[in-house]
Design a protein around this ligand. Sequence first.
Ligand SMILES: NC(=O)c1ccc[n+]([C@@H]2O[C@H](COP(=O)([O-])OP(=O)(O)OC[C@H]3O[C@@H](n4cnc5c(N)ncnc54)[C@H](O)[C@@H]3O)[C@@H](O)[C@H]2O)c1
Ligand SMILES: O=C(O)C[C@H](O)C(=O)O
Ligand SMILES: [Mg+2]
Length: 568
Amino acid sequence: MTAVAAKRRFWVEDGSSVTSARGVEVLDTPLLNKNTAFTRQERAELGLEGLLPAAVQTLEDRVRRAYEQYHEQPTDLLKNVFLAMLQDNDEVLFYRLLTEHLREMLPVVYDPTVGEAIKRYSHEYRRPRGVYLSIAEPDRIEAAFQDLGLGAGDVDLIVASDAEEILGIGDWGAGGIGIAVGKLAVYTAAAGIDPGRVIPVSLDVGTNNEALLNDPDYVGNRHSRVRGQRYDDFIDAYVRTATKLFPRALLHWEDFGPSNGRRILERYRDRICTFNDDMQGTGAIVLAATLSAARVAGTRMRDQRIVIFGAGTAGVGIADQLRDAMVRDGLERGDATRRIWCVDRQGLLTDDMTALRDFQNPYARPAAEARDWAGTGGIGLAEVVANVRPTMLIGTSTVHRAFTEAIVKEMARHVDRPIIFPLSNPTERIEAMPGDLIAWTGGRGLISTGIPVPPVTYKGVTYAIGQANNALLYPGLGLGAVVARAKRISDGMFAAAADAVAGLVSVNTPGASLLPQVENLRQVSATVAVAVAKRAAEENLAQAPLKDPIQQVQDAMWQPEYRPVRAG
Ligand SMILES: NC(=O)c1ccc[n+]([C@@H]2O[C@H](COP(=O)([O-])OP(=O)(O)OC[C@H]3O[C@@H](n4cnc5c(N)ncnc54)[C@H](O)[C@@H]3O)[C@@H](O)[C@H]2O)c1
Ligand SMILES: O=C(O)C[C@H](O)C(=O)O
Ligand SMILES: [Mg+2]
């Protein structure tokens, strides 16, 4: 039985969990199990007396021991596996430990170690978590969800991935469930989304990763990726079934390939409550970091000249939100678009190129503009930077070390405070390390990264590097949507979320971070949630009354505490 399937074994009444389970079944239900923290009375009532050692311990005792055991794990991957086992055994303990040590453990549960765990998924596999939907059996989708035993009002959030572009590490097939599980752990740790009301989903449409196809241990469908009508019908069957069975659920899309991510979002965004995290969550957190950077630089949004390296799902998602922010700052849409230059594998995207993706087209530059820019190898990033003299350089390319010393120094020659965001994840994909960027710009660079990095000291100033990762944004967005019971997720809700994050940052001291610190993730998420819920109400998208959004958001946050358990 999966961890999620076990949920139907209990319900909550007056702050207590009431369960029909007895004995080992209680210990096997992660959201019910308190292990040595069950009281004598609970042990008697639930048939646990012979099954536990004598001591009755507290959650604090259990956290202390789990923290010691965590430190006995020799590698980050084994720490990740240890935490997954804890989550499958005692979810309250897992979340309490994670919440108390967020800065230390977020990189293990989430980016960057989650990437390694996904690569190793079939080998480290111990037990299932979530719902695994197979393209071979689209008519079994409903039955698969029903196996969870959850009712129509029981689910707030579903995170689904087809795993075609996991972080910057490509196609990892069935292992992609790991990104859905990781994102959901962050939703709970950061925003108090109730872990009993969420579902991680693997949409297994095959994989083009030959190492997996030839790995005897691989646990997913062993064929190449299905595309075209069959793929679309499968996604459609997932959306229809999930929204029919769980009409209150927000559908979050994660790590789809560029040919599908945007298409899927465009098809459903005006019909159901849904968003794509890589495009929209990323766009909004990068906008927040940009607003802070512009404050430090003393410049306006409308005056930025922006080069985006890697015009895929995330890169163009960022372009869209920066363009919209320039429009809000007074530019015409066309003029705002013209302040953005996108560079991809084929170099600068220009309007004479025939193979551009639909979503890249709006950003294609007139070919005539760049006629004289070509160096020996065409119009690459170096030529674009030299000619555009950008104020901002954003990396979403997955190309490690693409931001070379020569390119960065050239950029820094023409602008006082160069804004440089190497956003590719995980660590082995990042376009440049912050220490180098600070040194190459003589401390003038305004830097933010997707992975967590330690502060950099340069010439006596310590630079805190804010993590421009969508983890600072989507948990609060989700919580705000849940509290407002939003019908849709609008562009306005992302803009409100970005403003809320930027509003929490004080950039007055030299070297200050452009984004709030990860330790403050719960506060950040609560603030974002309030802003998102209010915006939903203003746009008539809220289905729940919002009398006191600040209190409503607080009340909605699940806390990692043991509840009393009664036999029922
Ligand atoms: N910090 C964040 O919150 C965040 C959010 C989303 C994605 N990302 C990261 O951004 C990266 C891209 O993710 P995505 O979902 O957009 O993937 P994607 O596959 O949709 O886009 C990557 C783009 O980079 C281009 N590219 C690849 N090699 C290139 C090269 N040599 N030169 C120029 N362009 C090249 C690809 O053609 C593609 O258009 C990943 O590393 C991912 O982890 C970070
Ligand atoms: O998962 C992350 O760390 C951020 C982002 O969604 C990504 O795909 O890289
Ligand atoms: Mg992602």
